[in-house]
Design a protein around this ligand. Structure first.
Ligand code: FAD
Ligand code: SIN
Length: 533
């Protein structure tokens, strides 16, 4: 058993930013960060385009960034939260620069600012086309210098500990559910360990792996959301899954799809269909730089018309020098599969990319469970509403990590450890006989979600998805009850829960808004509401 005042689950931008701040404020306390994979294997590492921030008040303004965020969010953003994130953003970006992150600069020393869909100004700071890798590197470097942070890799958090584990019946209406710590599967020893905490921060990232095609790495399985839902915490707006319009189309490649950043369209890349027609002008006056929901639906419609699995992104008119300077990683990747972007168009298709909903929090990152905070992609803070504005999530991760830190630093004074928490009980379980039972269910889940709960939905598809998920759930629970735990089984169980929450949210929302498009209800409802499960 371990005991730590501050526990952080996740080593992406949100978890590490929070950990650094707490560690600096409380040099005599240990901060424990745990992650189920390698330290840098996070969605953060794969971020390409950059971080949206207003740091040039001569050409841009907070009001414009706020307005762009609200337009993308399609009526569902919490305006107060949008203002907080936009206005506190520059301070947080300055902090990560102080911790060592480098963003590209012009020759005169000013920052280079990219433009992406839905932005009225160029305001995206970036490090070539590998911004996330650079930010994650800087954060991990800073963490390694901070003596009171312990970072434990390959430790899979199974569940948070609440009164439920003390034998109390907890329901959605039980007041004051409290978090006392977590049970963790140590992937090296294969033992389930108990960690007691005063304050826990969930920073477990997104859930793209629930879909067959996603830009997200394998860790993005929605574990935090599933854990909080099991613990009877509040989950919000899960139906708003953002599909990135332009993932590289590589037939036969499973798992993570390579992203072609929206910044390529920001620099002049043009989407074309099989006939070479620049179709976006038929869908929106902002053409290729319309918000993502509009571009992804337009591509989906073009693909359905032509019966193909992709469209093209045309960059042949770029100067090679310029393209390589801004997008060296994309240039090399395309070349590695035989595409010279100066000669050939890039085949692209939409892929699940970002979860706008998640663990419901207030403006300080507090979840509905006492002593448990959430920040980063697993949280639903109210910033994104029905659709996230491009490059707002790295910013949100840092702003809310800071806010969790400010609130937790006060709250910790009034919390003590519980010493009556039982150990994990594995009695009655046996080793799993066949991994195929897990891998096949995962494939089924991904197919169900992609075919029935994708970019365009309707009631019949949602009902089908729901029935099929019920069966998968039943079978997986049987496995969970009877076999010893493995990360594959835990992730499958969590992803089925997340799939269920997406379907539930989508079924409750009888309208089309932002990223949720249901052909049975093509218009917006007058009732503007968040769906809380
Ligand atoms: P992550 O960085 O995903 O970190 C999650 C952490 O939680 C990981 O360490 C993981 O191992 C850990 N974890 C999860 N479950 C468990 C568990 N059960 N036990 C223990 N540990 C666990 N956003 C932008 O703003 N700009 C961009 O340019 C941009 N580009 C993107 C490009 C790609 C390809 C992708 C996939 C996303 C992009 N995004 C971008 C989105 C952005 O990168 C993410 O939303 C953000 O990085 C999420 O950060 P996070 O800290 O919340 O989670
Ligand atoms: C991209 O670079 O296109 C991704 C940006 C984002 O998801 O915010």
């Amino acid at each position: 058993m371990q005991q730590t005042d501050f526990l952080v689950i996740g080593s992406g931008i949100a978890g590490l930013t929070y950990a650094l701040k707490v560690a600096q404020q409380f040099p005599d306390k240990k901060i424990l960060v745990i992650t189920k994979a390698a330290a840098d294997e996070t969605n953060t590492k794969y971020a390409q385009g950059g971080i949206a921030v207003v740091n040039d008040l001569e050409h841009d303004s907070f009001e414009k960034h706020i307005e762009d965020t609200l337009i993308a969010g399609d009526g569902l953003c919490n305006e107060h939260v949008v203002e907080i994130v936009v206005k506190e953003g520059p301070d947080r970006v300055n902090e990560i620069i102080e911790w060592g992150a480098k963003f590209d600069k012009e020759e005169d020393g000013d920052y280079k600012r990219g433009k992406e869909g839905g932005h009225s100004e160029s305001r995206v700071l970036h490090h070539k086309d590998v911004t996330g890798k650079e930010m994650e590197r800087a954060l991990l470097d800073a963490v390694s210098k901070q003596k009171n942070i312990e970072l434990n890799k390959h430790c899979f958090v199974v569940d948070i500990i609440t009164q439920h584990h003390l034998g109390y019946l907890i329901t959605k209406s039980t007041p004051d559910v409290e978090c006392y710590g977590v049970y963790v599967l140590n992937l090296q020893t294969k033992q389930i360990e108990k960690i007691l905490t005063k304050i826990t921060v969930m920073a477990t990232g997104g859930n793209g792996q629930v879909y067959r095609t996603t830009t997200n790495p394998f860790i993005a399985t929605g574990d935090g959301v599933a854990m909080i839902y099991r613990a009877k915490g509040r989950i919000e707006n899960m139906e708003f899954i953002q599909f990135h319009p332009t993932a590289l189309y590589e037939p036969g490649v499973r798992g993570q799809a390579f992203l072609i950043t929206e910044a390529v369209r920001g620099d002049g890349g043009i989407l074309k269909n099989m006939d070479g027609d620049a179709f976006m002008e038929r869908y929106d006056e902002r053409k290729d730089l319309a918000p993502r929901d509009i571009v992804a639906r337009a591509i989906d419609s073009e693909m359905k018309k032509s019966g193909t699995e992709h469209v093209y992104l045309d960059c042949r008119h770029f100067s090679k020098e310029k393209f390589v300077e801004h997008f060296p990683n994309i240039y090399q990747k395309c070349l590695s599969i035989g595409i010279d972007i100066t000669q050939q168009m890039i085949p692209v298709a939409p892929a699940a990319h970002y979860s706008c909903g998640g663990i419901k929090t207030d403006e300080w990152g507090r979840s509905s469970i006492n002593n448990l905070y959430a920040c980063g992609e697993c949280a639903s803070t109210g910033l994104h509403g029905a659709n996230r504005l491009a490059s707002n999530s790295l910013l949100e991760g840092m702003v809310f990590a800071h806010r969790c830190f400010v609130d937790a630093a006060e709250r910790i004074k009034n919390i003590s450890f519980r010493n009556d928490i039982p150990d994990w009980n594995e009695a009655g379980t046996t080793k799993p006989r066949e991994m195929i039972l897990i891998t096949q269910s995962l494939k089924e889940l991904q197919l169900i979600m992609s075919d029935y709960v994708g970019i365009v939905r309707n009631d019949v598809r949602l009902q089908r998805a729901s029935r099929r998920l019920d069966l998968l759930w039943e079978e997986t629970e049987q496995l969970y009850e009877s076999t010893s735990l493995s990360p594959q089984l835990l992730e499958l169980r969590n992803m089925i829960t997340v799939g269920y929450l997406i379907v539930k949210g989508a079924s409750f929302r009888k309208e089309s808004r932002g990223l949720h498009f249901n052909t049975d209800y093509p218009g917006k409802s007058e009732l503007v509401q968040n769906i809380v499960l």
